[in-house]
Design a protein around this ligand. Structure first.
Ligand code: FAD
Length: 407
């Protein structure tokens, strides 16, 4: 048994720093064959540990984490500022929700059952290259220090600062899990964007409603803008939305979640040393124009595992170049106010078949389809923005806080 004051060193094939969406997804794929040893380092409960959150994504057929899906919606709805409503059926895709705590339990159980996987509760500190691999310095909850050596390290911790960017917006939000006194929700329809809320002077705002039962839903108030609000301001916006717009009548708030996701055209490095890689949001998996990350993380984890199985260590880009270029134009057009955000998104859902739009957001459309999508946006302001972008400098920006304790 080790004495608490003696630094300890352990060796494995792969260390994954951070056991959140990307870390645990990658661990799942890397341990599938049982041919390598994988240690996931996840912070003990405390300030470093990410709060519980809800991840939504769309998928066709069955997925790797179906057992963790707690709700799914076959239809999506968008409300314009004037109350015009569009309900779309994204079949063969469906919109799904996973709670991070359920995902974590499932992934931890799989890791425990796997031949070479293990979870280490410790706070990771420095990660540095060493001959033949890399090492991670960790501190366990009881204060012991531990060095993990591995052939490869995949780091998913949120970066303290974001790489320089031309545009940096934030998708920031607070959500309430509400229970109403009478049935108020249609569990078959998720409200993806409800622009009937008061619009901010800069950026855009929308409501987001994910029904879990006729009398239960996650109701969120979201903004795409430069700076997150105070909790008091989110609460006021949510109360207005639930009362005046959704007319929920009497309801109880059972719990809440809050977060901020970077929306930026920064270039996130994925390889930061010969044996050290960044994955997840830290490695650019967040789609700049939407904040969606979970689906890209799944694609990336499968690709990393397949590459390692084939003897290559690499993290492929989570989003294609064309998608990133189009997102950069959209972010800048929103930030400068050249386009009206609510009209832009409502029109997309009105004018583009929903399955094509969702495939576009997954980076799965052809150049021809993307050209068609581009033509259905406000062509003048978007073109003007595209022409000016290459001449704009990339500047450093602070990273937004990615989550906050709810209640
Ligand atoms: C509230 C919220 C809701 C979101 N909803 C959606 C959604 O609906 N759909 C979607 O696609 N995306 C969503 N996102 C964006 C994105 O999917 C999530 O942020 C996702 O968790 C990103 O995965 P990740 O692995 O990059 O980071 P995380 O899941 O945050 O994982 C990082 C992990 O590192 C751990 N960690 C941090 N520091 C240390 C340390 N020093 N040592 C050890 N461990 C450490 C943390 O505890 C955490 O578990 C949401 C984000 C937030 C904040």
């Amino acid at each position: 048994m080790s004495r608490p004051d003696v630094p300890h060193c352990e060796t494995c094939d792969v260390v994954i720093v951070g056991g959140g969406a990307s870390g645990l997804s990658l661990a799942h794929h890397l341990t599938a064959t049982g041919s390598r040893t994988v240690t996931v380092v996840e912070a003990p409960d405390g300030p470093r540990r990410a709060p519980e959150r809800t991840w939504c994504y769309w998928e066709q057929g069955t997925g790797d984490f179906d057992e963790a899906v707690c709700a799914a919606w076959p239809r999506l709805r968008v409300h314009g500022t004037g109350g015009d409503t569009r309900i779309v059926d994204p079949a063969p895709l469906s919109y799904r929700m996973i709670r991070s705590s359920v995902f974590e339990r499932l992934a931890h159980a799989r890791l425990a059952r796997s031949a070479g996987g293990r979870l280490l509760r410790a706070t990771a500190g420095s990660v540095r290259g060493v001959p033949g691999g890399a090492e991670v310095r960790c501190t366990t909850a009881d204060g012991r220090t531990l060095t993990l050596r591995a052939r490869y390290v995949f780091d998913s911790r949120p970066p303290p600062t974001l790489p320089p960017a031309r545009t940096r917006l934030t998708q920031h939000f607070r959500g309430w899990f509400v229970r109403t006194d009478t049935p108020r929700f249609d569990p078959a329809v998720a409200d993806l964007m409800d622009f009937r809320v008061r619009q901010p002077r800069h950026g855009l705002a929308f409501g987001y409603v994910l029904p879990l039962a006729p009398d239960r839903a996650l109701v969120e108030y979201t903004e795409f803008s430069r700076t997150p609000l105070t909790t008091t301001a989110y609460e006021a916006a949510l109360a207005r939305y639930c009362g005046d717009t959704l007319e929920l009548g009497s309801y109880q708030v059972e719990s809440a979640e809050q977060g901020a996701i970077p929306m930026t055209d920064a270039r996130f490095p994925r390889r930061v040393g010969p044996a050290v890689f960044r994955i997840g949001t830290a490695g650019g998996a967040t789609r700049p124009a939407t904040g969606y990350t979970f689906a890209a993380v799944q694609r990336q984890s499968r690709a990393v595992a397949a590459a390692l199985d084939g003897g290559h260590a690499r993290v492929p880009p989570p989003h294609g170049r064309r998608a990133l270029a189009m997102d950069a134009v959209l972010l800048r057009a929103l930030d400068t106010g050249r386009i009206n955000g609510p009209d832009f998104f409502t029109d997309l859902f009105r004018r583009i078949p929903p399955h094509r739009l969702l495939r576009f957001l997954d980076g799965a459309t052809s150049p021809w389809e993307e050209w068609g999508i581009g033509l259905r946006t406000p062509v003048g302001p978007m073109l003007r923005t595209a022409v000016e972008l290459p001449f704009l400098p990339r500047r450093p920006h602070p990273a937004p806080r990615t989550g906050e304790s709810p209640r």
